[in-house]
Design a binder for this molecule. Sequence first.
Ligand SMILES: [Zn+2]
Length: 115
Amino acid sequence: MVIPVKCPACNAYLLNKPIVLDSVWKKHSLWLKECQTKIDHKYVITYDINSNVIIYFLISDRKNKFIFKPSENHILASKDNDKKNKNSIYIPYFEPDFSNLQSLLKKLNTYLIFS
Ligand SMILES: [Zn+2]
């Protein structure tokens, strides 16, 4: 997947900031790109600076949020008012098509409705 430059929801340029993730064996230097100034959606992508490997990305609308974790082969879906992810579900990972965001969110929200 190509690292996006713009938010798929509003087409605004994503803001960049470096973050460091401590793990047991080494420190990862990551970039976090986000669109978070909007009230009706949030989009965040985190990837390894050196390898361009995506660690996770998050998309949320006003109701629900979805965290894609390619390396763990799942998507964590939770209702947005569920801050502690108590009623979250795991969806098998699939490559998202951000060119049609409404269709993607409809598909993801359907999983939550029937969970
Ligand atoms: Zn946006």
